[in-house]
Design a protein around this ligand. Structure first.
Ligand code: HEM
Length: 142
């Protein structure tokens, strides 16, 4: 019993040691170039989207500064970075927009182009896209 108590206390103490508690994997965040890298990728993605005839109509009358800020936060958090997403949920953000599967794929292309331009490795690109792909359920067809 005493042995159990002592090891429990030891375990609790070790778990609380500074630096030990945070075992978050931030490797994707690092591969994307940290916060500055992600902000640049998102900026380029948004410019590419506005340049793309297939999807530019979605971005007229949108607060692009806010969109840039929220999308950067979201990607930073998803990639394991030290950010907290403070925007609306995906359903609320895209309801009424009528985003199609083709629009979704066009945005993914815009992001791939942005990541190419920012020298992100194909492995890291695929890691990010794999995190975003499941979100289409919350974005397409609303
Ligand atoms: C995985 C894919 C996507 C992600 C992660 C994503 C993420 C976001 C985020 C974080 C916001 C901001 C929410 C807020 O303001 O609180 C947003 C808004 C928006 N998204 Fe998406 N989005 C995706 C796909 C798309 C697609 C395919 C389109 C259109 C082609 C699109 C168009 C927009 C527009 C126009 C807004 C601004 C809405 C407004 O301010 O009224 N998004 N999205």
């Amino acid at each position: 019993m005493y042995k159990f108590l002592i090891s429990s206390v030891l375990f609790a103490t070790i778990s609380l040691l500074p630096g030990q508690a945070d075992a978050r994997d931030d490797s994707l965040y690092q591969q994307l170039g940290g916060t500055a890298g992600i902000e640049q990728i998102v900026e380029d993605t948004l410019f590419n989207s506005i340049d793309d005839r297939r999807i530019r109509h979605h971005f007229t009358e949108v607060d692009m500064v806010r969109l840039h800020e929220k999308l950067s936060e979201q990607i930073c958090e998803l990639a394991g970075g030290p950010c907290v997403y403070t925007g609306d949920d995906m359903v609320k953000s895209h309801t009424g927009m009528g985003v199609t599967r083709a629009d979704f794929n066009a945005l993914v292309e815009a992001m791939q182009l942005a990541m190419d331009d920012n020298n992100v490795s194909v492995t890291a690109q695929n890691r990010l896209l794999a995190l975003l792909a499941p979100m289409h359920h919350e974005i397409v067809g609303l």
